[in-house]
Design a protein around this ligand. Structure first.
Ligand code: NAP
Length: 249
């Protein structure tokens, strides 16, 4: 029987790339998000199964989890940022939405799938947080606060599951150029979204992050990568981004 990987946020970006990457490693992948048309298309391509879920809605997650008989790997990639306003003028509803999807979304899915993860020979939870989970930046407080909280959830879960055969892994990417992340953050303002990556020689791709997930998941079950921070070479720290050519391809 193929091992089962559940990937949230699989309709785009890091989640979609991770679903495809884990399928390549032989997992039967359950692709979860709200946009089922996109999930269906990818599921067909990689031989997985699409399932609609709104991770912010506990009853949607409960219903979704009832359809998952076994789960060896859970990747929580559903998440994102909204706005880049300073604290003084930030929109509280944006903060609430970011907390809801990044933190409560992860919580709901973990709570609902833990029985399946703990039932087999050994389960693995991978939470995609961010370097914003550790470092703050101007205009990033709402997102950073949510990612700090998602990081706290992840560390606490690892402590609480100590003694059980379930690994808890945090992958914290820096700058990743995905199609929708910055566009959603800036509410469809393509120019502002593009400026994030302007002149950065090879920001991380979704596939780069998926490779890190596969690497951590592919290690023997007794090896727990607690935290993997991954950035593009051009980004030495949150505020230290080199914009210009780096090296020949
Ligand atoms: N891109 C970056 O620079 C970067 C850097 C560090 C960390 N991250 C983190 O990596 C994760 C993935 O980011 P990405 O760049 O791949 O973003 P993305 O392309 O915008 O993907 C976000 C995914 O989350 C899903 N999603 C959003 N709200 C949801 C909800 N309520 N219920 C279920 N699914 C929901 C979306 O699908 P639907 O809309 O179809 O539901 C989509 O598949 C996020 O947690 C993000 O914070 C991104």
């Amino acid at each position: 029987m193929a091992r089962v990987a559940v990937v949230t946020g699989a309709s785009s970006g890091i989640g979609a790339a991770t679903a495809a990457r884990l399928a390549k490693d032989g997992y039967h992948v359950v692709l979860a998000a709200r946009r089922v048309d996109r999930l269906d298309a990818l599921a067909e391509r990689i031989g997985g199964r699409a399932a609609r879920v709104d991770v912010t809605d506990p009853s949607s997650v409960r219903e979704f989890a009832q359809g998952i008989e076994s789960c060896d790997v859970l990747v929580n990639s559903a998440g994102g940022a909204l706005g880049a306003d300073p604290v003084a003028t930030g929109e509280p509803s944006d903060w609430a939405a970011m907390f809801s999807v990044n933190v409560l979304g992860t919580l709901h899915v973990v709570q609902s799938l833990l029985p399946q993860l703990a039932a087999g020979g050994g389960g693995t939870v991978v939470n995609i947080t961010s370097t914003a989970a550790f470092v703050n930046y101007e205009g990033g407080a709402g997102y950073s606060a949510a990612k700090h909280a998602q990081h706290a959830l992840t560390e606490t879960l690892r402590l609480e599951l100590c003694g059980k055969p379930v690994r808890v892994i945090e992958i914290a990417p820096g700058m990743v150029r995905t199609d929708e992340f910055s566009l959603n953050r800036f509410r469809g303002d393509a120019e502002r979204a593009a400026a994030v990556y302007a002149d950065v020689d090879r920001p991380l791709s979704a596939e780069d992050v998926a490779e890190c997930v596969a690497l951590a998941v592919g290690l023997p079950q007794h090896v727990n990568v607690d935290q993997l921070v991954v950035r593009p070479l051009a980004q030495a720290a949150q505020h230290k981004v080199f914009r210009g050519p780096l090296f020949e391809r």
